[in-house]
Design a protein around this ligand. Structure first.
Ligand code: GLU
Length: 449
């Protein structure tokens, strides 16, 4: 099996493109086949080296590798010209000056159902000669077989008058030359497929591509947002870089993208990449649109975060925040964060000191709160252990002695230590700060009367 991923570098790699890349990668890895990366950069205005870099960067972050390429489509223009020449001299293509009006006039004469056929002439664009007989059959592993009667198909333009080839021609020749066996791509390319097959058939008829069979196709279902509309930017994170910056783990993104149109067959949703490679197949790809739902991605990311070892989570958090020495905080935050980006707002004050949140201060550090805090200070200042359970015991003592509810003790303490009402667990946070720093932060509040 040889598959390919063929992005056009006209912008960043978005969720749809990333899903296509992943499905091709999973298929190649599952089958022990090869994945070819082809950059379809023939749109000279919109294809920039920066966009190519962005795509490679996105694939790198997703940890999707390839076996051949990247092949740049623009570097193959000589080969395209040569293949075009072969079709022309074999009589499978011809020069034509026909305009849209000519095509319309032709159809008025022959019936709207009858595909346009031109007469060869000197100069003009190149049209492919579609056979009058027979049918062009798309074998789609997801959608089944669709047959197009050739008599209904227009002779498509495959190259401009200046000799530069059109998109569908280039794709077909590139797939043929790369020995692609399975073309797996988004449903938006469905309508290109008969044209590409006609080019492939003509190319084979003049001896291009050797003995290899024509590729089979698999068109992946459309992506919708949670509102059932075609996926777009307003549904949240759209490019792979945005997902990375939002603090998602690549393995969680792979897991989630795999579920956009594919299912493991049972109700399993949490899958390691190894399991995905083992279980992936095209048979269970759905024809129905798949729903991208960032709420579910967040949930799944949380599951993957909790399955990391603490040292590994620490490494990821340190890379994400650019800070060092996060292991203790990583350990006590692991259960509370869904993304790497959730970490700093939760635990950053343990490092950088309390944040300024006047609402929290007014609510919890009034006269009552400060009185509680004074008791808390005394309890924590006593000699003895200062690990999580020791801290818990001391704080519970205060609670019982004063007959208070937990939040009446823990919230003033939390606000004193972090400035806000969000933090990792109280005992864990206090133990992590240590006695000295904890007392210093409490004293700052008490001195501030
Ligand atoms: N270059 C096309 C795109 O980025 C994909 C073409 C194909 O897979 O055949 O949408």
């Amino acid at each position: 099996m040889r598959v390919r991923f063929a992005p056009s570098p006209t912008g960043a790699l978005h969720i749809g493109g990333a899903r296509t890349a992943l499905f091709n990668w999973l298929l190649a890895r599952h089958e022990g086949g090869e994945l070819v990366l082809r950059i379809e950069d023939t749109d000279r205005e919109r294809s920039t080296p920066e966009n190519v870099e962005q795509i490679l960067d996105a694939l790198g972050w997703l940890e999707l590798d390839w076996d051949e390429g990247p092949i740049l489509q623009t570097e193959r223009s000589e080969r395209h010209a040569q293949a075009l020449g072969a079709l022309l001299s074999g009589g499978h293509a011809y020069l034509s000056n026909a305009t849209a009006e000519d095509v319309k006039a032709y159809k008025e004469l022959h019936g709207a159902d009858r595909g346009f056929r031109g007469e060869p002439e000197a100069g003009g664009a190149v049209r492919l000669r579609v056979p009058d007989e027979g049918a062009t059959v798309v074998h789609d592993l997801i959608r089944g077989e669709t047959s197009f009667e050739n008599v209904h198909l227009d002779d498509p333009v495959i190259a401009r008058a200046d000799g530069s080839v059109l998109y569908n021609f280039a794709v077909a020749i590139d797939d043929l030359d790369a020995g692609i066996t399975h073309v797996v791509r988004g449903e938006d390319h469905l309508s290109n497929t008969p044209k590409q097959l006609l080019v492939l058939e003509a190319a084979k008829a003049v001896g291009l591509g050797g003995e290899a069979a024509l590729p089979v196709y698999a068109h992946l279902p459309l992506l919708h947002g949670p509102d059932g509309k075609k996926l777009s930017k307003r549904h949240g994170a759209a490019s792979v870089q945005e997902l990375r910056d939002a603090g998602y783990l690549p393995e969680a993104v792979r897991n989630y993208l795999a579920l956009l149109g594919w299912g493991a067959g049972d109700d399993t949703t949490v899958l390691s990449t190894e399991e995905l490679v083992q279980r992936f197949d095209l048979e269970r790809v759905s024809r129905n649109p798949a729903r991208f739902d960032e709420v579910k991605l967040r949930w799944l990311n949380g599951v993957h975060i909790r399955s990391l070892s603490v040292p590994e989570l620490t490494r990821r958090l340190e890379a994400f925040t650019g800070r060092q020495g996060l292991e203790g905080a990583a350990r006590i935050s692991q259960e509370k964060i869904h993304t790497l980006a959730d970490f700093w707002p939760l635990a950053g004050s343990l490092f950088d000191g309390p944040v300024d949140d006047p609402t929290a201060r007014e609510r919890w550090l009034g006269a009552d709160g400060r009185a509680v805090l004074a008791d808390v200070r005394e309890a924590l200042a006593q000699e003895g252990g200062f690990d999580e359970s020791a801290v818990q015991e001391r704080l519970q003592d205060v609670l019982q002695r004063r007959g208070l509810k937990p939040r009446e003790v823990y919230q003033p303490l939390r606000v004193a230590l972090t400035g806000s009402t969000v933090s990792p667990g109280m005992f864990e946070s206090v133990a992590l700060l240590g006695r000295e720093e904890t007392l210093r932060r409490i004293d700052r509040v008490l001195a501030d009367a």
